[in-house]
Write a protein that binds this ligand. Structure first.
Ligand SMILES: *Cc1c(COP(=O)(O)O)cnc(C)c1O
Length: 449
């Protein structure tokens, strides 16, 4: 890596730790910082931080010596500090705060398996992490060793996956799968690989960021036995991109694991377009493709880290077109109540008529695109592929495809019936479409051609 701006950092407190210890992930894990006294030795605390650390039922605190060393001790607003060192602001409740804002537990057919989308599942394999993010979306279970998943639950997760053939993508998360004992992680991967319909496995991990020394050659050699394997890491600020992280991502990509990044938009950390542009460009440099930028969830303790949605849109406006497309992540609001991930973006489509669209680019240049007047979508429609449909989840696309004519809120019909009587004007056939569905469309096309 030539002209690298990266340097290794160590807080002065660790100056005498021998390299073999410092670079040993087990040493890093067993020397994590979590008490006031430990903090004061490495990083003098503010009054607000001290207050938080002595509060009862504070979400678990742990910071690896490596990660705490990236903090500038003289800056109480350091962007890394804000992510991992609790302050009194965390103890303040806010409107709309929820324990499980994504309703994940409601979407779990068996404990630890969240089946929210048609073809993929989120599989929680541990509640432990290398360090704990103050805005953790899963703080209801994460950090609590007694909430972790049992072997019996793991077997239930596998059993569910074996009998659910529409699942082709399993996302391992937690907690952080890469803090598991290597043998256990390997067992999970190999058991998943025994299920033929599971095409890809993904790991969501912040270990490369909190504990890059964990990404050893032995680990990548094990992981690459289970391809196709993808990984998303979690970097929020360019200060997290160290020499050690760059080496870890290099080892992972050399093992053939495509890397993405999932960042969270956080007030006082990365809520600024210049920081975001620097972040995504530095990520691409270490061969990590920015994947999602999440709006901060409505989770306890994260109120002071939230931004308005407009901030995210402003950031996206400042990225798209202004830098490499590879560097542009997608801004996502994970809908409260279990609505799932919803992409949000500036509008580029300004207007349209029956054969023309009006668009604007990132510079404000306004242009038109003339559409074909003789378009017939025949060929694509004939492709059957390996689709494994799940009834009831065709969504808005199902409206376009003619599978459904509308999507109604629950009890819509009952409400609008107003408790009325069945009378002569109410003939159910009146609101059944005369011709809808692909069969009908093909007939029409055939007669037209
Ligand atoms: C985020 C998430 C996924 C994966 O979503 P992608 O958009 O495919 O990355 C799957 N299941 C659950 C429950 C999730 O929250």
């Amino acid at each position: 890596m030539s002209n690298t701006p990266f340097t290794s950092k160590r807080a002065p407190y660790y100056a005498d730790v021998p390299d073999e210890k410092w670079n040993n992930w087990r040493w890093q894990l067993s020397n994590r910082i979590n008490t006031v006294d430990e903090f004061e030795a490495v990083l003098p605390l503010t009054a607000s931080e001290r207050k938080a650390l002595s509060a009862s039922n504070l979400f678990r605190v742990d910071i690896t010596p490596y990660f705490i060393s990236l903090i500038d001790p003289d800056d109480p607003h350091d962007p890394i500090r804000r992510q991992v060192v609790p302050t009194a602001a965390e103890l303040v409740p806010f409107t709309a705060m929820m324990e499980d804002s994504l309703a994940e537990d409601r979407h779990s057919p068996v404990p630890g398996l969240v089946h929210r989308y048609p073809d993929r599942v989120l599989m929680l394999v541990t509640t432990q992490c290398a360090s704990y993010c103050r805005y953790c979306t899963r703080s209801r279970i994460v950090g609590d060793p007694s909430a972790t998943f049992s072997r019996a639950e793991f077997e239930m997760q596998l059993e569910y996956l074996r009998r659910t053939p529409q699942v082709r993508d399993v996302l391992l998360s937690g907690g952080d799968p890469l803090v598991l004992a290597p043998k256990i992680l390997e067992e999970i991967l190999s058991r998943l690989r025994e299920i033929p319909h599971i095409e890809i496995v993904r790991i969501g991990s912040r270990v490369p960021v909190f504990l890059p020394m964990r990404v050893t050659d032995e680990l990548t050699a094990m992981l690459q036995k289970y391809h196709p394997l993808w990984m998303n890491i979690h970097v929020n600020h360019p200060n997290e991109i160290s020499l050690e992280l760059a080496q870890a991502t290099d080892r992972l990509t050399r093992a053939g694991i495509p890397l993405g990044n999932q960042a969270v938009l956080l007030a006082g950390v990365n809520d600024n377009v210049d920081i975001q542009r620097e972040l995504v460009q530095q990520l691409v440099r270490i061969r990590v493709r920015p994947y999602y930028l999440y709006q901060c969830d409505l989770v306890e303790g994260a109120g002071h880290l939230r931004t308005p949605v407009g901030k995210g849109i402003e950031i996206m406006e400042g990225l798209r077109g202004h830098t490499s497309g590879y560097a542009v992540h997608q801004y996502i609001i994970d809908a409260p109540g279990g609505g799932g991930k919803i992409p949000v973006s500036p509008n580029y489509l300004l207007s349209y008529s029956d054969h023309k669209v009006v668009l604007r680019n990132y510079e404000g240049f306004i242009t038109t695109y003339e559409e074909p007047e003789d378009y017939h979508p025949r060929d694509a429609a004939k492709f059957k592929g390996t689709k494994r449909p799940e009834p009831g989840q065709s969504g808005v696309h199902g409206l376009l495809a003619g599978e459904e004519m509308f999507i109604k809120p629950q009890n819509f019909d009952e409400l609008h019936d107003r408790g009325g009587i069945q009378h002569r004007l109410k003939d159910a056939r009146k609101w059944v479409p005369l011709g809808i569905g692909s069969g009908e469309k093909e007939d029409q096309e055939q007669s037209a051609s």
